[in-house]
Design a binder for this molecule. Structure first.
Ligand code: ADP
Length: 360
């Protein structure tokens, strides 16, 4: 068996409770997680799921009540204050609201952590000169935060997080205050930086679109636990948990537009009508399943809607079919499609994006 490299982040059975006036809140209820070096790993969950508490445990801004925190091969809980300060230099953090110093220029903000660490001026300035082009802010060196757009402010936040050459970047809802286009730019920047600097990135978000755009793997959190995790493509195309299905539906939508079912013609006497949602992923995504099923089982399949999308360069398709035929024929056709590896289900109209679920 080959040995895999040590995890960039290894969390074991983390528990964090916050005492309240009534019952205590269990923000983390036994969370274990491994993030491999070079990954962009996303934690997604509704507000209150425990994401912030979890990411803050990775640099011990939050101390877990129980469990293990290993980062870049180091047991952080075993370090003294000085050791922890040093370890934190290897961990950059990017915040939702940028947290820039308004009285300092772009260059001054980026250099700030180096100044705190006692790095000499010439070295700080050299590092800022390296970082500005990396985040596309060469022209804004002397601007102040108030003169910057949200996206530019976050670029400063990212450059500042990278100042001490960390190998791990933690992003706490880093794009949640930005519009969709700027969000896309910042996420693309994070991926480029990951590649250029050989970084590991752990990000938390309440938006599955962020996960789809930037992450390699994702963990879904609910009520202080990880309920599901895997490669982003797999989680999107085969969500297992209810909350995951709802998150996925927010991004890729559902195959059946609302109101469509009511407009479908009724079945002929002796026949039945079934609406099927078929998800194509992998080798069958281009296969002419519809015409072949129709021929083989003597049924009519009308395409109600369909779309093709891509995650991390892998295509998948989502198709809604209205199937008409003898009940046995429909059952046989459905079984045949499943044998091909397609995911066939009844459309989940309750979680359609036009009727978003209440945040937990
Ligand atoms: P998320 O980031 O997913 O929104 P949080 O980690 O912020 O979730 O919060 C998880 C739970 O822990 C919530 O119920 C929240 O109210 C509670 N919580 C978080 N931080 C504190 C704190 N400092 N004191 C008391 N309760 C807290």
């Amino acid at each position: 068996m080959s040995h895999s490299p040590p995890a960039a982040i290894r969390l074991r059975d983390l528990v964090r409770r916050f005492p309240g006036r009534g019952a205590a809140t269990t923000a983390l209820d036994g969370v274990s997680l491994d993030v491999a070096p070079g990954e962009v790993f996303g934690i997604v969950g509704r507000s209150g799921a425990g994401k912030s508490t979890l990411i803050r445990c990775v640099n011990l801004l939050e101390r877990p009540d129980a469990g293990g925190v290993e980062v870049l091969g180091q047991d952080l809980l075993a370090l003294d204050e000085r050791g922890l300060r040093e370890a934190r230099r290897g961990i950059g953090m990017v915040f939702q609201h940028f947290n820039l110093l308004s009285s300092r220029s772009v260059a001054g903000n980026i250099a700030f952590p180096l100044e705190v660490a006692g790095i000499p001026r010439a070295e700080r300035e050299a590092r800022v000169r390296e970082l500005l082009p990396l985040v596309g802010l060469d022209a804004k060196r002397d601007a102040f935060p108030a003169q910057l757009s949200g996206g530019q402010k976050q670029r400063v936040g990212i450059a500042r997080a990278l100042a001490s050459r960390p190998r791990l970047l933690l992003c706490d809802e880093a794009t949640s205050a930005l519009d969709p286009e700027t969000t896309g730019e910042i996420l693309a920047l994070l991926r480029r930086l990951r590649d250029a600097l050989d970084l590991t990135v752990l990000l938390i978000t309440h938006e599955m679109a962020v996960v789809k755009a930037v992450c390699d793997r994702v963990a879904v959190m609910q009520a202080g636990r990880i309920v599901e995790q895997g490669r982003v493509f797999d989680v999107f195309t085969r969500p297992q948990h209810d909350i995951t299905r709802r998150f996925v539906a927010e991004v890729i939508g559902h195959a059946v537009p609302p109101g469509t079912l009511a407009r479908l013609p009724p079945p002929d006497p002796g026949e039945v009508r079934e609406v099927l949602q078929v998800l194509f992923a992998g080798p069958h995504s281009t296969r002419a399943v519809v015409s072949e099923a129709s021929r083989r089982f003597n049924i009519d399949l009308n395409i109600v809607s369909g779309r093709i999308d891509e995650i991390g360069g892998e295509p998948f398709g989502l198709l809604a079919l209205a199937a008409y035929g003898a009940p046995e024929a429909l059952a046989a056709a459905t079984a045949w499609m499943r044998e091909l590896g397609l995911d066939v289900s009844a459309p989940d109209l309750a979680a359609s994006p036009t009727t978003p679920a209440e945040p937990a």
